[in-house]
Design a protein around this ligand. Structure first.
Ligand SMILES: Nc1ncnc2c1ncn2[C@@H]1O[C@H](COP(=O)(O)OP(=O)(O)OP(=O)(O)O)[C@@H](O)[C@H]1O
Length: 292
């Protein structure tokens, strides 16, 4: 097993009396996209702030590239950070902001190159105060990827972005991954994590509730087949439940087989299913199993 890029062991964080992160342990391996997901207030941002070196834990061990995250000289040049809220100076231009933050990372790059990635070339001379919310997010991303960091933190990167900007952002992430960049992602857009994460850590109330690939997290939950039946249909060949709106729901761990059986039955009985849908279990189903 290669040395992890991030190693977190028995991390605890208290805000006064409030125990926000409890005995959290996880590793992020070289080149993987690790999604730290969870419910509101689960402790994701607090955890990332510690790993990024912005916050001191109450107890526990954190290593980034084998160093303490507080060892700025060793760690900062190797990581790019896209925070949830940007801290740009409103009266600097877009290009000046990139150059300033780029200089702080001590990585070399060209401001024009990263602005091109996020489609902000035409705004290079605009002051930050005049950017839209989505443009500020894109500027955030541009500064995070300045100099192709080995480790990239993306904290809810696509919130407020239109579909073209989202696609452009993920395309840029894909290119970084081809070069071996390790990514840590938090997002509430579960389908983004479902499509892209190599592994997922699922946090709830300060605890790492579950961890694994999407397959590992969803395997223990059934898939659903949903449809409406015309009045006076014969009895179904499978156990089913009725949802409040009259939809019939079949829960199954063998989706393809049961769907085949149902469609064959419908054909034999000349029954037309209305609003038929069949879906594999998603991360959203896993989230719904967490109590509030
Ligand atoms: N500075 C602070 N002082 C006191 N409590 C805090 C502070 N920052 C965060 N908290 C609390 O710690 C908990 C974890 O917050 P955190 O921002 O890490 O959660 P999160 O998982 O990122 O949530 P979200 O998905 O809503 O962004 C929350 O209950 C929050 O209210």
């Amino acid at each position: 097993m290669p040395t992890p890029v991030i190693a977190v062991e028995k991390l605890n964080l208290r805000y006064g009396d409030f125990h926000a992160v409890r005995d959290l342990s996880f590793e992020v391996r070289p080149g993987e996209l690790y999604a730290l997901l969870g419910t509101n207030g689960a402790g994701k941002t607090s955890t990332l702030e510690i790993v990024e070196g912005h916050r001191t834990p109450t107890s526990g061990a954190v290593r980034v590239f084998g160093h303490s995250p507080r060892d700025r000289a060793a760690v900062r040049p190797r990581m790019g950070i896209m925070l949830q809220e940007s801290g740009f100076s409103p009266d600097l231009t877009v290009a000046e902001s990139v150059r300033l933050i780029g200089a702080l990372t001590r990585r070399d790059d060209d401001a024009g190159r990263v602005l091109d990635i996020v489609g902000l070339t035409r705004k290079a001379d605009t002051v930050v105060a005049q950017l839209s919310g989505g443009e500020k997010r894109r500027l955030d991303f541009a500064t995070a990827v300045y100099g192709n960091p080995e480790l990239l933190f993306l904290d809810e990167p696509t919130t407020g972005l239109d579909i073209q900007s989202r696609d452009a952002l993920w395309e840029a992430v894909d290119r970084l991954r081809e070069n071996g960049t390790t990514i840590v992602l938090t997002t509430h857009y579960l389908e983004e994590a479902q499509q892209r994460a190599d592994r997922i850590g699922l946090m709830h109330r300060g605890v790492l509730h579950r961890e694994g690939t999407v397959g590992e997290l969803t395997r223990s939950l059934p898939s659903h087949i949903r449809f409406r039946l015309p009045a006076a249909s014969p009895a179904l060949p499978l156990p089913s439940a009725a949802a409040g709106d009259g939809t019939v729901v079949v829960e199954t761990f063998t989706l393809q087989k049961d769907l085949h059986l149902l469609l064959g039955w419908a054909h034999d009985h000349a029954v037309e299913f209305e609003d038929l849908s069949a879906g594999a279990t998603g991360l959203d189903d896993v989230f719904r199993t967490l109590d509030r």
